[in-house]
Design a binder for this molecule. Sequence first.
Ligand code: ATP
Length: 375
Amino acid sequence: MTALHVASTPADAASAAPHLLLDGVSKRFGRHAVLSELTLSVNKGEFVCLLGPSGCGKTTLLRQIAGLDAPDAGRILLNGRDITRLPPAARDYGMVFQSYALFPNLDVAGNIAYGLGGRRADKQRRVSELLALIGLDDIAEKYPAQLSGGQQQRVALARALAVSPSLLLLDEPLSALDARVREHLRREIRALQQKLGVTTIMVTHDQEEALTMADRVVVMHGGRIEQCASPHTVYREPASRFVASFVGQGNWLAGRALGGQQAQLGERVLTLAQSHGLANGQPLSLFIRPEDLILHAGWSASRDADLAEVRKLELLGPIYRVGLHVPAWGGAEVQADLTHAQLAELELTPQRRVPLSLNLARLQVFAAEVAPCGA
Ligand code: ATP
């Protein structure tokens, strides 16, 4: 009987060698390079999300790890063992797919026990343990067609975890579910993963899913890793123009580098938090999140604020997104996010003019050789 393994501590994870190492993995389909010398190390117990737009190579990468496909170059090491050329069954992982992929002719207990060896009584005990773990003790004798989508995915998860694999691979496991079930299952999967301490790689194109579930998010684009960092860092300090555009909302402002830490935005000279490192006069793109624009209740000459005209108020549930036109910033159109309380305090209505400034500590600067993605 395989025991449920218990989580190692984050400190263990930090000090240990990588549990999973992808070392220069490349894959082509015909002339199309789908993965280009991709290197990634994942610690034991970590939950890593592969995030990126359709076609960026997420599933292809997961398939290389699973042994469902072989890389053209590079190595894959699991627990220090080179598994690059091993068949899937010899790799020690469990996998959950987007489609539930349960055997329709087996009941839930039969599905979960499918890959288990050993005596019948041991298998039954293990199935009960797993059903308790996923909170579905009472459905052992039901068949997949009698279960909701969310229940089927929980069973698929239990089946993937049945042999206590060293690695859990999740390929868009929530994308076929409706929004409410998806949100609930996000929390459940994450809690279960933390409880068991199983190293997990999940593919998703849903940024909210990646940001809420992962220890680290790997943002992929065109078969390469653009950024690999905590959700907080990916959101707050996107490493590239692509990451800034792909993750969350943002405003792009066309500016020009001045000497030192200064930049010109329309008529305004900004003193940035850090040196931009660009030559005087070079065009640059300034990036700022909607929540980092500051609207002021009153005008004060000492403030680094410019007058903006409210063009649009959009209710997004807990916040309002305010569309603003700023003549002094070269006629820029920007969006600011405000809470209901802030909106009430500012008494904003369309056409109203309001002093607006940038939280300079949150402003990011990118060179502007090409047009900003998504601008
Ligand atoms: P999605 O979110 O849409 O699933 P993805 O990031 O997972 O996208 P992949 O499925 O890894 O993307 O595909 C990456 C690229 O490789 C795509 O252009 C796809 O058409 C191509 N591709 C994937 N598998 C094959 C294959 N077996 N033969 C040829 N091309 C393939």
